[in-house]
Design a protein around this ligand. Structure first.
Ligand SMILES: [Zn+2]
Length: 282
C-alpha cells in the first residue's frame, strides 16, 4: 500500500490495517506529511494530472484556488467533528493537494488510530476522480462507447465488479462489430466461416482490421465473460485494473492507427497538389 493506492485507488471507509503492511510508520508519516505526487483525473483540466501537496498558507495563495478560506473552514469543521467523535479515539487528519496545472484542490480526511488508517472523506469525490476515462479515448470510441467505458470505471469505483465487466465487454464487442463492417467489404471475406466462429475466433479472423494487442490478447474477452457468469464482485474487482489497462492499450493502438490514416491522406493530397503545380509550370 502506497499513498497513491491509499488516496486515489481505495474507496472510503476501507480500514488499512497497520499490522498487514510493511513499514507502517512510513505509511502513516506519508498520510500526515507526504511530499509525494498523486496522479489522478482533474475535474477542471478534464484529464489526468499530477497533484502536489499544498503547503502554502491559503491567505498567500493568490493564483486560482477557488476558495481562499477553505482551510479554515475545513479545520474548524474537523475540530468540531473530532470533538464529537472523541470516543472513537485516534486522530482526524487533513491531507490536501493542488493540481500542478490548474491549482484545483484535492482534499482528503483520514482517521488514524494505533491500529489502522481509514479514509473517511474526500473532495472531489472518489467516484469523480476515479471514474473518468481519459478524454483522448473519445477519439477511439463512439459516444456511446466512451460513456460505457466511464460507466465501467464508475461501477468498479463503487465496488460493482460484475457490472463493470458487462460494460468492458461491450467495448470489445463494439470494436469487433466495427472491424467486421470494414472486413465485409473485401470480396474474399468468408461470411459463413465468420458466422460459425466463436467471438475470440472472430477477433483472429479480423486481425487486419483490429489493434494487434487485442488480437494477441483476445483471451481478455474470456476473462470478462467468466467474470460476468461465474465470479463474485470482489474477484472481478481484483482483475479490473488489468482489464482497464488492456482496453486502454487497445484504444491507444487504435488512436495511433487513426492518426496515421489522417496523416497519410493529408500527405497524399499535398503530394498530388505539388505534382499538379509542377506539371503546370513545365
Ligand atoms: Zn487541473
Amino acid at each position: 500500500m502506497d499513498i497513491q493506492e491509499y488516496f486515489i485507488q481505495s474507496p472510503l471507509y476501507r480500514a488499512i490495517d497497520f499490522a498487514k503492511i510493511e513499514e507502517s510508520w512510513q505509511f502513516k508519516h506519508h498520510i500526515l506529511n507526504t511530499n509525494a505526487p498523486l496522479r489522478t483525473f482533474c475535474l477542471v483540466c478534464s484529464e489526468v494530472s499530477v497533484f502536489l501537496r499544498f503547503h502554502s498558507p491559503y491567505d498567500n495563495w493568490t493564483l486560482h484556488v477557488n476558495s481562499p478560506t477553505r482551510r479554515e473552514d475545513l479545520e474548524s469543521a474537523i475540530n468540531d467533528f473530532s470533538h464529537r467523535l472523541s470516543e472513537f479515539g485516534g486522530d482526524f487528519i487533513i491531507t490536501d493537494f493542488a493540481c500542478t496545472v490548474c491549482a484545483h484542490p484535492l482534499i482528503f480526511i483520514s482517521w488514524l488510530t494505533d491500529k489502522y488508517a481509514m479514509k473517511i472523506g474526500q473532495l472531489p469525490s472518489y467516484a469523480d476522480v476515479f471514474q473518468q476515462a481519459d478524454k483522448k479515448y473519445k477519439d477511439a470510441l463512439s459516444t456511446k462507447g466512451f460513456k460505457e467505458f466511464n460507466t465501467a470505471i464508475g461501477l468498479a469505483a463503487h465496488g460493482v465488479g460484475v457490472g463493470s465487466f458487462v460494460y468492458l465487454r461491450r467495448i470489445l464487442e463494439d470494436l469487433e462489430d466495427e472491424a467486421c463492417l470494414i472486413a465485409q467489404k473485401d470480396p474474399s471475406w468468408n461470411k459463413e466461416v465468420y458466422q460459425k466462429s466463436r467471438f475470440e475466433e472472430r477477433l483472429a479472423l479480423l486481425k487486419n482490421e483490429l489493434p494487434a494487442f487485442l488480437v494477441e490478447n483476445r483471451g481478455v474477452y474470456g476473462i470478462m465473460s467468466k467474470g460476468i457468469h461465474e465470479l463474485t464482485d470482489e474477484e472481478c474487482l481484483s482483475h479490473f485494473d488489468m482489464l482497464r489497462t488492456a482496453i486502454e492499450m487497445i484504444l491507444n493502438e487504435k488512436i495511433v492507427r487513426l492518426e496515421n490514416e489522417t496523416k497519410r491522406k493529408s500527405l497524399s493530397a499535398q503530394i498530388g497538389k505539388v505534382k499538379g503545380v509542377l506539371k503546370n509550370s513545365e
